[in-house]
Design a protein around this ligand. Structure first.
Ligand SMILES: NC(=O)c1ccc[n+]([C@@H]2O[C@H](COP(=O)([O-])OP(=O)(O)OC[C@H]3O[C@@H](n4cnc5c(N)ncnc54)[C@H](O)[C@@H]3O)[C@@H](O)[C@H]2O)c1
Length: 269
């Protein structure tokens, strides 16, 4: 039976684990062939989500779609070019690009210490910039020109509510996510006449394995059954928004930044 995204191919960067994996699952459930990507083959094991990309790819068999798993540092143009060569050869054109890879991940792999605007080590600023902004731009530069040539394609970038108001902890990450949001608007303008839609989903704090492993979480905010919207997001709630923006129901939505945060950005304290 044909599904809404049957015949389409989606690349979701950082889909070996966390939010990206859920986003890739949503698109596969709608019939898209999926390119699963992460920085390293073992990235899914870092917070205990899966053994490696092979295990993740195997799990996608339940959707009955074509899959390919690739690795590459998105902040390294040569690695992205090598990834594209493999994808071109094995999957053909990419119709949907979701730039999810990123996070408040510094040079040593975890959160920078200190992590404010003035005391953060410069090597962490560089690593954060590569992981979030340069990486997103590099993947766009590689995969969007063929969409522009075909006058068809869909792009969703992943920002963060941290990029929408001033923060002290995680300041550089927040600045870079603000830049991803504005890059989205500029890209949407550039591609408007070519029929390629570009939007950004800006998640609020979401209960991924890395999120829970790298901070002190509030037990109250972890409660998914709260009647109020004062809680962390379920990863699937972020993935649902991405799936919506890739759907035909969103075909006239372009250049937008959609906060999926229970209202947090409007009432930050
Ligand atoms: N979890 C949250 O609370 C939250 C909130 C707002 C925004 N976000 C954003 O959502 C995205 C996913 O976050 P998550 O919580 O699922 O984290 P995660 O660490 O589970 O997933 C991020 C993925 O990106 C990959 N990645 C990071 N840098 C990379 C690089 N340079 N090259 C290739 N891959 C790279 C990681 O290996 C990982 O697989 C990130 O962009 C993050 O900034 C998360």
């Amino acid at each position: 039976m044909s599904k809404p995204l049957s015949g389409k191919t989606a690349l979701v960067t950082g889909s070996g684990r966390g939010l990206g994996r859920l986003m890739a699952e949503r698109l596969a459930d709608r019939g898209a062939n999926i390119i699963i990507h992460d920085r390293e083959w073992a990235a899914p094991s870092q917070y205990g989500e899966a053994q490696d990309l092979e295990a993740v790819e195997k799990d996608f068999k339940r959707f009955g779609v074509q899959t390919l798993a690739v690795t590459g540092n998105i902040g390294d143009a040569e690695a992205v070019a090598a990834m594209k060569k493999t994808i071109d050869a094995e999957m053909g054109q990419v119709d949907i690009l979701v730039n999810c890879a990123g996070g408040d991940i510094g040079a040593a792999g975890g959160k920078p210490v200190p992590n404010n605007a003035l005391d953060i080590p410069l090597e962490d600023v560089q690593a954060l910039t590569n992981n979030n902004l340069i990486g997103t731009i590099t993947v766009c530069k590689a995969f969007i020109p063929p969409m522009r040539d075909r006058n068809s394609g869909i792009v969703v970038n992943i920002g963060s509510v941290a990029g929408q108001f001033g923060v002290s902890e995680g300041a550089i990450y927040a600045i870079l996510k603000a830049a991803v949001a504005h890059y989205t608007r500029c890209l949407a303008k550039e591609l408007q006449e070519h029929g390629v839609r570009v939007n950004c989903v800006s998640p609020g704090p979401s209960k991924t394995a890395r999120f829970q492993a790298t901070r002190t979480v509030s037990p109250e905010m972890m409660n998914s059954n709260k009647p109020s919207l004062l809680r962390y997001a379920e990863p699937g709630e972020i993935a649902d928004a991405v799936a919506f923006l890739t759907s035909d129901e969103a075909k006239f939505i372009n250049g937008q930044v959609l906060c999926v945060d229970g209202g947090l950005v409007n009432f930050p304290s």
